[in-house]
Design a binder for this molecule. Structure first.
Ligand code: UDP
Ligand code: MG
Length: 316
């Protein structure tokens, strides 16, 4: 098998057929040596029916992994990577925002340049609202300054990876998976290829502000210990400051017999200190929560059904 194409799908009923037609058209001669792996991430619309029908009629290899519920795109990617058998593995969205023709370009780059292990597509200009775009920029600034791994700002999950890269990613046992960090963490030489994002062929984006916010926090917690260090440093700094203040008050009282200035100072101090304490406990809690999740060793996803028009097997 030359190429595995992983397609995470969550409520993409309108896009499955379009995606297949477009991919077959663009990949052309590559199709006989390609497997399309659709991961149905607990869709609540007719995505699974569409996939079942596609599996029946497709003239090329189509495999489907269907989850028991929605486990998120990261889980879908992991399932796809585990299933992929190709020498090259590509990850692409089902909504045709990322044109399958770019996969051919990415493969060409890897064939021409043996020194590269992966090609990642990035958006030169983001076609998003101003707020979302600013938020994403800020997130990458923060994660860049907090983590040791270098995450290329605009790079998407739209990639083609050589087998050793896939194997390296699969060797990471963690349950809380933040792909952008994992891609960066495993290293290897990555070529960044600009691409233009299309409009969604059908349906709506699965991300909203809060989902993105959670994604951002998860990413930071998964790849950086610096927030913990920062809260310790802040604690130390404030303790030093309050000690200094205490000495000043004592000296002033003993030498000049000054009455201690009352309520406002006290209120400010209490508010500031308890704020910082809560923040630190919160940060600590986030790490403990992640640790807790990891230690439960629950699977990242549960497979309900698998289809494969290569062998027509069905497991449930
Ligand atoms: N997706 C998924 N599980 C989810 C959310 C999204 O498998 O919980 C898939 C979705 O079907 C699509 C891809 O991930 O193929 C990207 O999602 P979307 O298009 O909503 O993201 P956007 O392009 O707006 O960033
Ligand atoms: Mg999309």
């Amino acid at each position: 098998m030359l190429l595995s194409v992983i397609v995470p799908c969550f409520n993409e009923e309108g896009n499955i057929d379009l995606f297949y037609e477009e991919t077959v058209k663009e990949l052309g001669d590559l199709m006989p040596d390609t497997e399309l792996i659709f991961v149905n991430d607990g869709s609540r619309d007719a995505t699974m029916e569409k996939l079942r029908a596609l599996c029946q009629r497709a003239e090329y290899r189509v495999r489907v992994v269907s989850f028991s519920r929605n486990f998120g795109k990261e889980a879908a990617l992991l399932a796809g990577l585990r299933e992929a058998q190709g020498e090259f593995t590509s990850i692409i969205d089902a909504d045709l925002q990322q044109k399958p023709s770019y996969i051919v370009q990415m493969l060409d780059i890897l064939n021409e340049h043996p020194e590269y292990d992966a090609v990642a597509a990035y958006q030169e200009e983001r076609k998003e609202g101003l707020v979302l775009s600013l938020f994403k920029k800020a997130f990458y600034k923060v994660i860049d300054s907090l983590t040791d791994v270098k995450i290329m700002q605009a790079a998407s999950d739209f990639r083609v990876l050589r087998r050793p890269v896939v194997d390296a990613i699969l060797a990471l046992p963690e349950k809380c998976r933040f792909s952008k960090g994992i891609f960066a963490w495993v290293g290897f030489e990555t070529y960044y290829m600009p691409y233009v994002v299309e409009e969604r062929a059908s349906g709506t984006s699965k991300w909203n502000f809060w989902k993105l916010m959670k994604y951002a926090f998860d990413g930071i917690i998964a790849f950086s210990n610096k927030p913990l260090i920062m809260s310790s440093v802040a604690g130390l700094f404030i303790t030093g400051l309050s000690l200094l203040y205490l000495i000043i008050i004592v000296v002033k009282t003993i030498i000049w017999g000054d009455p201690v200035a009352g309520f406002p100072t006290l209120a400010c101090l209490i508010l500031m200190l308890s704020g910082i304490q809560l923040l630190s406990v919160g940060i600590l809690g986030q790490y403990m929560a992640k640790n807790y999740t990891e230690s439960k060793e629950r699977p990242v996803y549960i497979v309900k059904e698998e289809l494969d028009n290569g062998s027509q097997q069905k497991i449930s």
